[in-house]
Design a protein around this ligand. Sequence first.
Ligand code: CA
Length: 238
Amino acid sequence: MPAKILIVEDEPSIADNLIYVLKNESFAVEWLSLGQQAIDLAAQQQLDLIVLDVGLPDISGFEVCKQIRKFSDVPILFLTARGDEIDRVVGLEIGGDDYVVKPFSPREVTARIKVIVRRNRLEQTPADNTPEPVQPGCLFQLNNDKRQIKYQNNLLDLTFYEYGILALLIEHPERVFSREQLMQAVWNTPEDSYDRAVDTHIKTIRAKIRTVNPHDNSLVTHRGIGYSLNVKGHTIES
Ligand code: CA
């Protein structure tokens, strides 16, 4: 099954260029020009990614993202115009996965889309139940001075918030933190953020860990409560 991409963009020339390149890369592509249409389609269909223009004629792309996030985790890549009051943090905190500024090269956007789709598929694949091979050494090594975390001896390439969340969980293994607690501890201005931001970062941390070990289940979701780190049978250094 080819990955299905929805493009939400009201400028046909921009949409056409993207559609052309994405189809060449064997993606299945749908194109809509209104935000409300995109929300409706995302509610009905399983999509692999949405490319979402911020400046749409009916509803802003940010609002579309917020609405979609009420029922779907589909990755969202924002398209923003140069000079838009785009705040990268706002875009990502309301649940976007990445953004590109116009004018952009369709090939570059396609490359980003491939990365996000691959990462999301890894994350969606449930870890299987075969016992993990016992790895020598530590599961996690935390170096607070360098703001670095190693997983099974592999340095994880973490963003500011991803590092903050994972470091806190490592320092308190097995303890369940609510989204609010994680946000209070890690964000500089938690009041400006959305709960969804924590979920988005947990998703990307998990994907990065699973690029090292696809069987990893250490980052545990407690539905309706929050998150914890399960390190049973392993050691950690912090
Ligand atoms: Ca537009």
